[in-house]
Design a protein around this ligand. Sequence first.
Ligand SMILES: Cc1cc2nc3c(=O)[nH]c(=O)nc-3n(C[C@H](O)[C@H](O)[C@H](O)COP(=O)(O)O)c2cc1C
Length: 354
Amino acid sequence: MTLLFEPITIRNVTFKNRLIVSPMCQYSSIDGFANEWHLVHLGSRAVGGAGLVFTEATAVTPEGRISPDDLGIWKNEHIPFLKKIAGFIQQHGAIAGIQLAHAGRKASTPSPWKGRKPLTGEAGGWQTLAPSALPYKDYPAPREMSPGDIQQLIKDFAGAAQRAVEAGFQVFEIHAAHGYLINEFLSPLSNHRTDQYGGTLDNRWRLLLEIVHAIRNVIGEAAPLFVRISCTEWVEGGWDLSDSVQLATILKENQVDVIDCSSGGNSPQQKIDVGPLYQVPFSEKIKKETGILTGAVGMITNALQCENILRAQKADFIIMARQLLREPYFPLHAAKELGADVPWPVQYERAKIK
Ligand SMILES: Cc1cc2nc3c(=O)[nH]c(=O)nc-3n(C[C@H](O)[C@H](O)[C@H](O)COP(=O)(O)O)c2cc1C
C-alpha cells in the first residue's frame, strides 16, 4: 500500500489520499465572482483524482484582492456559483477547500496576464492596507491599519468563512504567507507597529490567532483548518524557521490542524535557494518539532518524490501546484505508478490503464 493513497481523517473529514491541489490564482473573475472557468479548472482536478482541491486565494474584501480579476467571497451573491463548484468537486470524490486571503500592501495591482486587459477594465490602484505604511518594492505606500481596521478585518475573515460554509466547502485555509496581509503582520521587516499587534512575536501573531479563533467559531469543531505560512522569508533578520516552529506550536494549541509550509514573498531582498523539494525541510522540521500535521509544497513533480516525502515522515500531505496544471490527471497516473488501485471516473473507466 502506498502512503500517498492511504486515506487520512482530520476531525470529521476523510481525505481519500494525501494529494492536494495548491491554491492558484486564476485572475479570471469579475467583481469577485466565480464562473465557468473556475468550475472547469477546479472540477478537472477533482476528476483527476486529487484528495483535496483548494480554490485560489479568495479575497475576504474587495480591497484584499491582488488584482481586480481575483476571486472573492465578500458578499452573499458570491455563494451560489461557489456552491456549484464545491458540489461538483465533492460529487467526484474530492474534498472542496477554500483559501481565504487578504493581500494587504501587495493588493491593488493590475492583472499579471501579459497582453490582456483586466477583465473588469480596472487597473487596480485602490488604497491598500498594511500593519505599517511601508511599501513593498515600488508599490504605492499602504495605509497603516487603525485598531478599528483590524477589528473589521477579523470580522471580514469570519464573514467570508461563514459564506464558505454556506457554499459547502469542508476545509478552510487561512493565507498567512507570501507577503500578504497576515504575513506582513508576522514579519518584523513589514510590521513596525508599537501597539499590541507589533513588536514581540506574541504581538505579531496576535492578528493571525484572532482570525483563527473567529474562523473556528464559524466553521465549528468538525471542519479542518489549515494555515499557509512562509516558513522563512529568506532575509537575514527577517522571519525565519525557528519563528515558524514557535508559531506552529501556538497554532496547534489553538485548534489549527495543518500547517501548509511555503516560504518567501515578503521582501525583495529575499535570496531563495530554489530547486526540487526545496521547501520540504521546512515541513519536516515543523512536523518533527511540534507534532502538528504538515503539508509540503514547492517543486514536487513526480510520484516517487511524493511517496518518499511521506515515508520519511517529512509531511502528511503533498501540496502540488504547477505539475497539476500541466497534468490534471497526475493523481490517477501516480496511483498506477505506485501500485494503488484507485477508481477512475466511471465516464473514463474504459481508458483506465491496467
Ligand atoms: C498560477 C499560480 C497561482 C498561484 N496562486 C496562489 C494562491 O492563490 N495562493 C497561494 O497560497 N499560492 C499561490 N501560488 C503558489 C502555489 O500554490 C505553490 O505554492 C507554488 O507554485 C509552488 O508549488 P509548485 O512548485 O508545485 O508549483 C500560485 C502559483 C501559481 C503557479
